[in-house]
Design a protein around this ligand. Structure first.
Ligand SMILES: [Zn+2]
Length: 174
């Protein structure tokens, strides 16, 4: 038993939004952890740019970048073509490079709700190791066009709980 932690590295956008999003994310993650037995607690942590947290092999890091031009995935040689073609997409996950990112300029009025929802969504992609297939049959926060104004549904939390223990090697130094 231990903690499941999501780190969000602040690389651009409105910092205040991220601080509020972290608070929301903590409550979302608690509901996920309540649905499984591997972890007995969870946390969401804001990481300053230029610092590198030590990740457990079950932890996730999501990069918050100013806009798609600042994409970490792109900088590391991946492709964000899907998000370049559709500005309604708030974030991307590269399953091969094991990078999750969200785009600050796509949030409606810097909405912390949208930001925390987009982070939750990308965590589900990397943990399930599924690209768009992850959206299939989902509701709430995990569809291909999610509404992040509510909270994750029970179905969302059960899905994420079911893949939460999956081990990953994510690079926290980008
Ligand atoms: Zn998605």
């Amino acid at each position: 038993m231990g903690a499941f932690t999501v780190y969000v590295k602040y690389k651009g956008g409105k910092r205040d939004s991220l601080e509020k999003a972290i608070t929301l994310l903590k409550t979302y993650l608690k509901a996920v952890v309540d649905e499984q037995k591997t972890f007995d607690s969870s946390d969401a942590v804001l990481v300053e740019d230029g610092t590198t947290p030590t990740l457990q092999d079950t932890d996730v890091i999501v990069y918050m970048v100013r806009n798609i031009e600042k994409s970490v995935i792109k900088k590391q040689g991946g492709t964000v073509a899907t998000a370049e073609a559709n500005d309604k997409i708030l974030g991307m996950t590269d399953l091969n490079k094991k990078i999750c990112e969200v785009y600050a300029d796509r949030l409606f009025q810097d909405s912390p709700k949208e930001l925390s929802g987009a982070i939750y969504h990308e965590v589900a992609h990397i943990k399930s190791n599924q690209d768009n297939a992850m959206h299939k049959g989902k509701n709430g926060f995990l569809t291909d066009a999610p509404d992040y104004n509510g909270t994750p549904t029970d179905d969302n939390n059960k899905f994420l709980a079911g893949v939460l223990a999956k081990k990953l090697t994510m690079n926290a130094s980008y």
